[in-house]
Design a protein around this ligand. Structure first.
Ligand SMILES: NC(=O)c1ccc[n+]([C@@H]2O[C@H](COP(=O)([O-])OP(=O)(O)OC[C@H]3O[C@@H](n4cnc5c(N)ncnc54)[C@H](O)[C@@H]3O)[C@@H](O)[C@H]2O)c1
Length: 257
């Protein structure tokens, strides 16, 4: 399934962080199907290569091993993308981790910082590197993949929820700062998708967590990665022209705001 016209992103170059698997990979597939070239930035070198091979028949796919916590790696990959594609039109801040399922006071400082560093500071570091490139051409689209957890604050998920609330606020601030620049910044707040993000949760808690997450979704199912990707494709296109700093819900009726 892809939603956009097959030329809606023709000639555009997109960076998708955390693009090796899951939601990021689905977003890359939708962008390619709409005519964009994509660069996937991820820490997982092996899966990146498999994904490049799988997506290559759809269009131009570059991969970079990038840890979004590392500004030097981001700067290197951003300049490689610019050189190769002559510009960057779309940035999707999608790389993310869930963190351990423990009460807020039981996170170690290292666990807390890791989740915030990847999910929030990592997205900010990518914006810091790429917004100037977009400003120079007076056009761009930034799509941040937040979560309903950032609106509601999930129990046993405080670091993750705080990081996603921060990402929502970053979207709003950046959206205001760039409103008249041609660069639009929006975020998506999905409810649970059945991806490998849950692999980090110990097996004995995983089923309990998935049942608890689904019980909060009035439509009673996981969101499909393609459903999130279709929204991310529209937000990256010229069809999205009068929305910035906005939060787009995709939660099967869970978060009606
Ligand atoms: N799956 C869900 O239920 C769900 C719900 C709402 C929001 N989200 C968000 O969607 C995004 C994608 O999640 P997913 O479910 O596809 O997860 P996933 O675990 O399947 O994929 C995440 C990707 O991010 C990469 N990554 C992790 N740390 C990184 C780092 N430091 N630098 C670069 N890449 C890194 C991983 O290698 C992986 O390929 C995340 O931000 C997640 O928080 C997921």
């Amino acid at each position: 399934m892809t939603a956009l016209r097959n030329d809606a992103l023709a000639g555009r170059h997109a960076i998708v962080t955390g693009g090796a698997r899951g939601i990021g990979r689905a977003i890359a597939r939708h962008y390619l199907a709409a005519g964009a070239s994509v660069a996937l930035w991820d820490v997982d070198a092996a899966v990146l290569l498999d994904t490049r091979q799988a997506l290559a028949p759809l269009g131009t796919v570059a991969v970079e091993v990038v840890d979004v916590r590392d500004e030097a790696q981001i700067a290197r990959a951003a300049s490689q993308s610019q050189e190769r594609f002559g510009g960057i039109d779309i940035l999707v801040n999608n790389a993310g981790v869930l963190g351990p399922p423990v009460p807020a006071w039981e996170h170690t400082p290292a666990q807390w910082r890791e989740v915030l560093d990847i999910n929030l500071t990592g997205a900010w570091l990518c914006c810091r590197a790429i917004v100037p490139v977009m400003l120079a051409r007076r056009r761009g689209r930034i799509v941040n993949i937040a979560s309903v957890a950032g609106k509601e604050g999930n129990g046993l998920n405080a670091a993750y929820s705080a990081s996603k609330a921060g990402l929502i606020a970053l979207t709003k601030s950046l959206g205001k700062e760039l409103a008249s620049s041609g660069v639009l910044v929006n975020c998506i707040t999905p409810s649970a998708a059945d991806t490998e993000v849950f692999a980090a949760v110990p097996a004995e808690h995983r089923e309990q967590l998935r049942t608890a997450l689904l019980s909060r979704v009035p439509m009673g199912r996981f969101v499909e990665v393609d459903e999130v990707a279709a929204m991310a494709a529209w937000l990256a296109s010229d069809d999205c022209s009068f929305s910035t700093g906005a939060v787009f819900d995709i939660s099967g009726g869970r978060s009606m705001y």
